[in-house]
Design a protein around this ligand. Sequence first.
Ligand SMILES: *Cc1c(COP(=O)(O)O)cnc(C)c1O
Length: 465
Amino acid sequence: MNPLSRLPSVDRLLSAAAPAALTESHGRAVVTAVVRDVLAAARAAIKDGGALADEAELIARVDAGVTARMQPKLRPVFNLTGTVLHTNLGRAPLPEEAVQALIAAARNPCALEYDIESGGRGDRDNVVNELLCELTGAEAATVVNNNAAAVFLLLNTLAQKKQVVVSRGELIEIGGAFRVPDIMSRAGAKLVEVGTTNRTHLKDFAENITPRTAMLMKVHASNYAIHGFTHAVPEAELATLAHQHDLPFVIDLGSGTLADLAAYGLPHEPTPAEAIAAGADLVTFSGDKLLGGPQAGLLVGRKDLIARIKKNPLKRALRVGKLTLAALEAVLALYRDPDRLHLRVTAVRQLTRPEAEIAAQAARLLPALRSALAGLPVTTEIVALKSQIGSGSLPVERLPSAGFAIKPQGKKGGVLNRIERSLRALSMPVIGRIEDGALLLDLRCLQPHEEAEFAASLATLNILN
Ligand SMILES: *Cc1c(COP(=O)(O)O)cnc(C)c1O
């Protein structure tokens, strides 16, 4: 008998007990599609000379296929990479206040562009305008999709077909294809590079101001540092020079936290308030870097310039939605109390966690990890680690941290790759890093309320081949 004809039909497989139960929970369309795929693959395998899969095996494949298909793509993970603001893992986790605000805005109609007092039309920027002005000392503010969009919109509004003077040492590339010269040309502005890579002086700017100059610009070199024989022009001097020529002075701050993180023992990162106080006319920064909020690009500064930016039709194309504004408003509100940021803003809490607290957490979790890895040719120890801030913020700084180092007992490192893949296959994937022949799990970002869930998850670890 032709083995192909011994394969069950789609209908027969669908009516078997297990697929019928799957249909009940996931719907007939999904299960039928997976059954067809499984049968097609079985047919192809037979044609290639493979064995006929029995019905139980086919049902198991349907079950696995449906589970895989129903798995959301945007899944939460445990970030044990040691990089706190990990761009590939969604940067800053939101504080609970922001999560609640976001859910409420998602679930209900909300006063997004509606003035509740007057009953008239409102402006969505008003949701955060006052808070941003209060926290930065600026006259006005607006919000777009991310900081790249903020810089683009600013250049396109104020410098189209005109020249923008920037120091050569600041023509940066940020991961994910943000490059100052490219953004500049796409925005229609002409870049005028002045000075040298390591040293730029006030006269370099002064000598390059022409009737076609639109602005002087400073870009915070957020993801690298130049040491040694260097010179950059202080912001206040650039502002004065720009104003002598009736030009705006703008700063792309990149990270731009709203509080001085030095108060928490972190390195000082320039704030928008400092930039405004130094005379900047416009400042842009990200919502989801050190600020610890949702992805957004914040523009603060002079009222007349913000008004021009808001009139640019591209503002409409780059605007943010109500979910972003809801989360952003809640996070900004937390900055009104700068003394408790380390307790309330998740990203700041993770960045400021003391090494001893993280090490104590590692000690509590070590037995669960060792038992999950029992029988494998590896050693598992608690080690001191260095976390990174991430997202290009404070690139050379390292935060003392703690976690696990899993090392192969023999010379072969293959077991580490297997463990690493197995951890990623957990229902809430665990993402670590392999470095110098060890699999490292940095616990800095494992929040205290997640500890029990993490331990329970380890108990389900299934080591893949
Ligand atoms: C991160 C960064 C950007 C891009 O910001 P996004 O919010 O990721 O779009 C632009 N400029 C600087 C200086 C940055 O650090």
